[in-house]
Design a protein. Structure first.
Length: 194
């Protein structure tokens, strides 16, 4: 449910159905290993560019304009989902992810452009470097995560395929007992020269 403080939202890039199916198969392999993880539903998987938090409707209108402007300056590009990894120390991973590679630099430029424009509305860029990834799972019980890093390191070369990105999405996130439910609020087509 949205709070009195606005609509919980973020800016993201979508994945293809094919990549989501491959991610689901990868999740199934990890589930069989018996780790206590909170799994992201395949239909909810995406690449977050910027988490906005709770935003008022008038501010969202400005965010739509920012998204449109940033997307208009970037040509559609292809990103590759490649390699499984984790955030957190090796002894205690917290988040399991698939890495995202985009060799032309378009993804990084899009992120920097969005972050710069959003700063004008008071949204602070994260202190840590932008590490494009798609979250597969979050560790629920650390006591049952022993050996998880070792298992994930075996999958470091796993490739899930490529995704052609042609639009930026502003998404709503509603937290439910069964997990977050995402709906698209706005789409911004990429219009830069191909």
């Amino acid at each position: 449910m949205d709070s009195a403080g606005g609509i919980r939202s973020f800016i993201a890039l979508e994945l293809s159905d094919e990549v989501r199916r491959k991610a689901e198969r990868l999740q199934s392999r990890l589930k069989k290993a018996g780790f206590s993880l909170g799994w992201v539903k395949p239909e909810s998987m995406h690449l977050t560019l910027f988490f906005l938090g709770y935003v008022d409707s008038p501010v969202l209108e400005s965010i739509y304009e920012i998204s449109d402007s940033a997307a208009a300056g970037v040509a559609p590009f292809v990103m590759e989902l490649d390699g499984v990894g984790y955030f957190g120390p090796r002894s205690n991973p917290r988040v399991v992810w698939v890495g995202v590679k985009e060799p032309t630099g378009a993804l990084q430029r899009l992120y920097e452009d969005l972050a710069g424009r959003l700063a004008g509305l008071g949204f602070e860029k994260e202190k840590r470097p932008f590490t494009p990834h798609v979250t597969l799972a979050r560790v629920r019980a650390r006591s049952r995560a022993s050996g998880l890093a070792t298992e994930l390191e075996k999958l470091s070369g796993e490739k899930l395929g490529t995704v052609r990105v042609g639009r930026v999405l502003v998404m709503r996130s509603v937290l439910e007992p069964t997990g977050a439910v995402y709906t698209m609020l706005h789409e911004s087509p990429m219009k830069g020269a191909d």
